[in-house]
Design a protein around this ligand. Structure first.
Ligand code: FES
Length: 138
């Protein structure tokens, strides 16, 4: 009887757990305003429709926690209604600032259901901006 051959485990890849996608919206809900606040688990998440692609990031701004879904979508960037920081909804990165929003994987079914993975693809990182620690933030 021969020894069993060792088999290398499959490489670990950061893939969302596809069994737990959360149905948060319908694609038609995004058609007019191109943005929508939804809840994934207990987390507020903002959906944006950019170039026919649905993107999902934290809804809460890393600066002073305003809702990004209430902001403006301009040229593929999200502009926070608080102090106009600009975010790339593909990466969660803030333009000219440190810190980033968490990003979430999204899939849209043939029927137009928008599903979001409950665990972020990239984590949220706090900003070190001075005004982030001073609520009056001028
Ligand atoms: S709260 Fe978003 S930029 Fe200040």
């Amino acid at each position: 009887m021969s020894e069993p051959t060792a088999i290398s485990p499959a490489p670990v890849v950061d893939q969302p757990d596809t069994d737990s996608w959360v149905h948060v919206a319908e694609l038609k809900d995004l058609a007019r305003r191109k943005r929508k606040q939804v809840t994934v688990g207990s987390c507020p998440v903002a959906l944006f429709l950019v170039d026919d692609e649905v993107l999902a990031v934290d809804d809460t701004c890393i600066h002073q926690e305003r809702s990004l879904a209430k902001g403006t979508l301009l040229n593929g960037q999200v502009i926070c209604p608080g102090h106009q920081w600009k975010f790339d909804p593909r990466t969660g990165e803030a333009e000219d600032q440190d810190g980033r929003l968490a990003t979430y994987a999204v899939q849209v079914t043939e029927e137009g259901a928008v599903l979001v993975a409950p665990q972020p693809v990239t984590p949220r990182e706090a900003t070190t901006s001075d005004s982030a620690t001073h609520p009056a933030g001028r």
